[in-house]
Design a protein around this ligand. Structure first.
Ligand code: HEM
Length: 117
């Protein structure tokens, strides 16, 4: 597993049921399809990096999911077809917390960009 923990693939979001049923997204984004117009790209999104995921709410491409617990339960439901119990969801969330690390000082520095000329 690369150090980002995910983030290497495009996958359909909503394999078992339409994602908006659970995310309650106001606007339904069709994902890669909007760019490629290939039917097979409908609702296909980039799988996000899960490193430091606890620090980056809200979740999903449109920020429609507030809590990690919800994001994990939704993943189980519509990506794996499983109704995770509260305990199972909590265990996965505890694991995701273990992916939180110290952000190196050098990446926290605002870069000085070259001028246009
Ligand atoms: C228990 C297993 C899984 C866990 C814990 C999990 C966890 C997560 C989390 C926390 C997010 C939200 C990240 C963010 O918005 O920053 C996410 C998004 C995503 N996951 Fe999963 N995931 C699981 C299984 C899967 C599977 C099996 C697939 C594909 C077959 C998948 C594909 C995706 C995609 C495409 C997104 C992006 C959705 C969007 O942009 O709205 N996940 N996952």
């Amino acid at each position: 597993m690369p150090e980002g923990f995910g983030g290497q693939m495009y996958q359909k979001f909503g394999l078992f049921e339409p994602y908006q049923k659970y995310t309650k997204s106001e606007k339904v984004d069709e994902g890669r399809f909007a760019v490629t117009k290939n039917e097979s790209d409908k609702y296909v999104f980039k799988v996000p990096v899960l490193r430091n995921v606890a620090m980056t709410p809200p979740y999903s491409h449109d920020g429609s999911v507030d809590k990690m617990e919800e994001a994990v339960w939704i993943m189980g439901k519509i990506q794996l077809g499983k109704d995770l119990t509260k305990e199972q969801t909590g265990d996965v969330v505890a694991f995701l917390h273990s992916l939180t690390g110290k952000i190196p000082d050098e990446v926290m520095v605002v870069p000085v960009l070259p001028s246009k000329e």
